[in-house]
Design a protein around this ligand. Structure first.
Ligand SMILES: [Zn+2]
Length: 328
């Protein structure tokens, strides 16, 4: 079943699917190796493809997270940089887009599958823009238990140097580019990039199109923040907006609605089970996401893993105090 489903995945994410075999059981399952290693290997073996969108904007796939590229008279403006092993392949595609140099790179958040290419992008001339939390995570050793991986500090040359602390508007290539921080959601340092003239929105990993998302609790992320970010994305989109997710194919407003509704529905049912006293293992055994799994559970984050991620972020209601409590 899983094998047949994976054959139907778009080629851009099929290489990533190898990791689902390794991490579908979540943090407590035995693994042969970290999915980080498997995803790096997949990037090394996967071609980088380009899909032209609108207004000089393209999306590059095949190197971890999706990469947005705006090209125009002022040069290239890139959102996320993929995995470092893909450098030559990405540079080749950038050269095919046009001769203008890379001027800016925005990191939507700290995860290596979006920032590992920072050092080469900086060497190629890019000023790197991100939230302070992203630079902070990249500057230190960070353990992500769910990936069974400890990230050493990223190379200093690839750290973001243009830090934004609130919404910022840039003019570049005739575009109006709006960079907006989210609330704490997928991580503690997510931001979106909206190209107003082309009406193209890059969401980073606050939106995974058609697949269950990862949520990074190691840096304060959570399901409730993911739902708030999903609503924020919807508020930014019109029926014309092209939406570039962190992972999965290019989408639209209807895809944002489906993602938000999936998160809300699963959060509600898992919350009810948690309030009834279910342990996380009992929850997983009850398969609370079953009606969504055929569509959403075929990628890196399998159904059991996703159920555990949602469960973790739901607070347990405190038992009511008795009215005769001596303190009252
Ligand atoms: Zn991420």
């Amino acid at each position: 079943m899983r094998t047949r489903s994976q054959k139907q995945l778009p080629t851009a994410i099929a290489g990533f699917a190898v990791a689902s075999l390794l991490c579908g059981g979540g943090a407590t399952a035995a693994r042969a190796e970290s999915p980080v290693i498997a995803i790096n290997r997949a990037a090394g073996a996967t071609p980088v493809t380009r899909q032209a969108l609108r207004g000089g904007i393209s999306v590059l796939m095949g190197s971890g997270g999706n990469i947005t590229v705006l090209d125009g008279a002022d040069g290239k403006f890139m959102v996320d940089a993929g995995i470092a092993v893909s450098r030559k392949k990405i540079e080749t595609v950038l050269a095919e887009i046009g001769p203008k140099p890379l001027k800016y790179l925005v990191n939507t958040h700290w995860h290596w599958d979006h920032t590992d290419g920072n050092a080469w992008a900086h060497a190629d001339g890019a000023t790197i823009i991100a939230l302070p939390a992203t630079r902070q995570r990249m500057s230190t050793t960070t353990r992500v238990d769910d990936w069974d991986y400890t990230f050493p500090p990223f190379p200093a040359a690839g750290l973001p140097t243009a830090l934004v602390t609130s919404s910022k508007t840039m003019r570049f290539d005739g575009e109006t580019i709006r960079i907006r921080p989210y609330v704490v959601s997928h991580t503690d340092g997510d931001l979106s990039v909206y190209f107003a003239k082309a009406d193209v929105l890059s969401t980073g990993d606050t939106f995974w199109n058609g697949v269950y998302p990862f949520i990074d609790y190691s840096v304060g992320g959570g399901i409730d923040g993911m739902i708030r970010a999903a609503s924020a994305n919807l508020a930014m989109a019109t029926n014309r907006t092209i939406v570039i997710p962190g992972h999965g194919p290019v989408g639209n407003k209807a895809d944002l609605v489906a993602f938000r509704d999936m998160l809300v529905t699963i959060r509600k049912s898992i919350s009810e089970m948690k309030q009834r006293g279910m342990t996380v293992d009992q929850l997983v055994a009850a398969k609370p996401t079953a009606s969504f799994d055929a569509k959403w559970g075929r990628f890196v984050i399998g159904p059991d893993f996703f159920a555990r991620l949602v469960y973790r972020g739901i607070p347990t209601k405190r038992p009511r105090r008795h009215t005769h409590d001596a303190r009252f």
